[in-house]
Design a protein around this ligand. Structure first.
Ligand code: FES
Length: 127
């Protein structure tokens, strides 16, 4: 584990363990996002994954503004040009690479990062 390994997500209810396989990278269309849900009920662990070419970026699906899910429609996580993550509640904008809020209601806050890896078989794995 490195110093940059984000761990805040781990303490959330129903968080999946490190090593959980989300599935093949092709589940996420290049330039789009997809939600993955673990558990059930109001405390289900909801995370989003954004794919850019061969890279993936994972975050807990909770906006730091009001702790609401970022999306309103299924898997709708990006700005219209696909260059940023956008919260559909009050339109805050986040950098895809580090989850920092760079415009809108929560500038200076960040999404809670969920570290991801892609293995040799192209499977996206938490951790
Ligand atoms: S809840 Fe996301 S910008 Fe307000």
């Amino acid at each position: 584990m490195t110093g940059s390994f984000a761990t805040g997500w781990m303490s959330r209810p129903q968080a999946p363990p490190v090593g959980t396989v989300l599935g093949p990278i092709d589940l996420i269309a290049d330039g789009s996002g997809r939600e993955f849900v673990f558990g059930a009920g109001l405390n289900a662990f909801r995370m989003l994954v954004v794919r850019q070419d061969t890279r993936v970026f994972g975050y807990v699906n909770l906006c730091p503004h009001y702790s609401l899910p970022l999306n309103v429609r299924a898997d709708e996580f990006l700005s219209r040009d696909g260059a940023r993550i956008m919260c559909r509640r009050h339109l805050a904008i986040f950098a895809i690479e580090d989850g920092m809020c760079i415009d809108g209601a929560c500038v200076g806050s960040a999404l809670d990062k969920v570290p991801l890896q892609i293995d040799a078989q192209g499977q996206v794995i938490i951790g």
